[in-house]
Design a protein around this ligand. Sequence first.
Ligand code: ZN
Length: 338
Amino acid sequence: MRVEYFERTPLDAEFYDKYLKDRIPSKLIDMHLHFTKPEFCTNLQVDPNSWASQCSSKMEFEDYKYYANIFYPDTEFFVNALPSVTKGIDIVGNNGYIAELKAAGKAKYAHMLVNPEWTGDYTEKMFLEGNFDGYKPYPDYVSGKRGAEIGMFDFVNPDQYEILNKYNKSMVLHLPRAGRYPDDNNIKELITIREKYPNIKVIIAHCGRSYAMYFITEAARKLGSMFNDFYYDLAAVLNPEVLDFMMANVDNKRIMYGTDLPVFLWHGKRRWTYTEYFNLVREDFKFNKHEEGPEKEAGYTFFLYEQLKNILDVTDKYGGKKTAEDIFYNNAVRIVEG
Ligand SMILES: [Zn+2]
């Protein structure tokens, strides 16, 4: 089900030609995006206070292909399929769908959602039958509250961690808690996961939801050298300072491109303070306060294009084309398959 507001305007084409066309690598893997079908979404419990939940949450693979051909007209694109993670989703059905995408060669990789109430045996059976590359666990799935105060051992149980550890697989981890990456309990649990399950490749989604500088600098300070033991996806991160901090402080082979589609199908960008971010959006969502007014909004390009430009500006500073090729493609292959 495609969203009706998705359109590439002449201004987007101009932005693309000017800043992206000659710089975007010839192939990319989107490590963070969600696929579902309407039949898995009949019992969703959507949080009305979350801005992201007002954006699209429904994307089938064919919808993605349509969007991606428009976003990336000159790039060969691949995906790591994640299921929808909204509370109430038909988790078995949705996991089955992304397993099918992988089996059919449509998705290069797939990470399944786990229910912490499942036994190890049941989880392992589903994991192996679906030929999954890892888990995409989610705190909301348990609590129904965004950034809730529940821990990493509440939304994945110890037997489930053991399975990933046994098969050396990855986990695209959306960190819980309002304090985000540097939350003391998150730091403690991440260290525990590293020590107890050293074979799990922990991919910290959205750089730990570090959309503003405070979160990433504090997390790096608290973790010390262990900050570099994790992998990172850049989904929804377009803060140039955060991107620069990542490139300067993390091994560039540990960073991967991601978009969090279908959330970001609109035109807009962000502004930041040290601790906060604000979405500036053209399209009419309930959360949109139209802060800059219609004249400025008419000049917005795709949020995704702003992100691409900011990533490419930073990779230019840290190794150029080679680094961009790693972040957009090579790192994902090495990390997921390695
Ligand atoms: Zn996501």
